[in-house]
Design a protein around this ligand. Structure first.
Ligand SMILES: Cc1ncc(COP(=O)(O)O)c(C=O)c1O
Length: 372
């Protein structure tokens, strides 16, 4: 794009930096002449989808020339049953990112603001500024007020003013892996005005095993302004199909539905998601592999003398103690892709997704070599 086209964009877009995805495996292998690289950069499920999902996908080919079910009848029914809600409370998205964008499009304007935390998921500033709305960023926790690097709910409350229409909270948050307990989160939502949408982004919900970690989908009856988002990209292993959803009271879902593109979720994604919901064994395996991999990586970091932010997700941010850009590059030469998070205001840190045992071992060996 020429400079003059950028000058014509709305001010919020002019200052945006595009979302930077992890380097694809194929690109690394091509550039560095490597054949067995491992990618631990995008918080994907290293097991991939279940056999049941692959079988279900075969059923989609006959209808390839048809538009998908724009109302997502079967998937909404399955999700409604799972969450004990009605189908008119479910909003399907092309990934949960799509649902986050629907919220911004429906509720934000250049006259209003969205509140989120420092180090919060990168899509919150993108969807906010793309509308031209003001992004009000609360300072992160310090270990006393909110978890270190995590969300400080008091600081977030202080950022909310009469113009705020959306608050984004990731629980747990990416890339910090920090999480908020139920009582504090509920008190926060109770304190919010009803004309403001509180988004609780639970993309990593399935991985969390903390006693105080809330399932906020259980609170929907109490809050007309609460939207809970979930995804099939992580624990369910369907990242490439792009499928996520929001659940809320019907009034909020109706608003989101008005700005949704007619066929935003393709038929393969709908088939796969239905099959994935039924395969609880595969989900349990994914959670088990993640737990073992998290222990493997944190033990490895301890042995290397590296500090890290304790994480309840399927990734962990580690302080490499020197220029993370250099460490990232050196790891690429070892065939290991991770993610620098300086764009999240976390200089010095690399985020590493939990992989299979061998992949984690490769990563730790490469880190040890690069940092020696
Ligand atoms: C906190 C958080 N929310 C939402 C998403 C979006 O995931 P998807 O659009 O694949 O559902 C991600 C993906 O990395 C995430 O980390």
């Amino acid at each position: 794009m020429t400079a003059s086209m950028l000058d014509s964009a709305i001010p919020g877009v002019q200052v945006l930096r595009p979302y930077s995805p992890g380097k694809p495996l194929s690109e690394l292998e091509r550039e560095y002449g490597i054949s067995d690289a491992v990618k631990l950069a995008s918080n994907e499920n290293p097991l991939g989808p279940s056999v049941a999902v692959l079988d279900a996908l075969r059923g989609g080919f006959d209808a390839l020339a048809r538009y998908p079910d724009g109302n997502g009848f079967d998937l909404k029914a399955a999700l409604a049953e799972r969450h004990t809600v009605t189908t008119d409370q479910v909003t399907l998205g092309n990934g949960s990112n799509d649902v986050l964008e629907l919220v911004a499009r429906a509720f934000l304007s250049p006259q209003t603001s969205a509140v989120f935390s420092a180090h919060a998921f990168a899509v919150y500033p993108i969807v906010t500024q793309a509308i031209g709305a003001q992004a009000r960023v609360a300072p992160a926790g310090d270990g006393r007020r909110g978890p270190a690097f995590g969300h400080d709910l008091d600081a977030m409350r202080e950022q909310v003013d009469a113009d705020t229409r959306v608050v984004f909270i990731a629980n747990p948050n990416n890339p910090t892996g920090t999480w908020l307990p139920g009582a504090a989160l509920r008190a926060f939502i109770e304190a919010m005005p009803e004309n403001l949408v509180v988004v609780i982004d639970e993309a990593y919900f399935e991985y969390v095993d903390e006693a105080d970690y809330p399932d906020t989908s259980q609170w929907l009856d109490d809050f007309p302004n609460l939207l809970v988002t979930r995804t099939f990209s992580k624990a369910f292993g369907l990242a490439s199909l792009r499928i996520g959803y929001g659940i809320s009271q019907p009034g909020l879902a109706d608003v989101l539905n008005r700005v949704r593109q007619p066929f935003n979720v393709n038929s393969f994604a709908q088939l796969a998601a239905c099959a994935a919901l039924e395969d609880s064994d595969h989900l349990a395996r994914a959670i088990k592999v993640n737990r073992a991999g998290m222990a493997q990586l944190t033990n490895g970091f301890d042995s290397l003398g590296l500090s890290y932010i304790p994480s309840v997700g399927n990734f962990i941010s580690v302080d490499v103690g020197r220029d993370p850009g250099e460490v990232y590059e050196a790891l690429l030469h070892e065939g290991v892709i991770v993610r620098p998070v300086d764009n999240y205001g976390m200089p010095g840190y690399l985020r590493i997704s939990i992989g299979l045992e061998d992949e984690n071992r490769r990563c730790l060996e490469a880190l040890g070599k690069v940092l020696a």
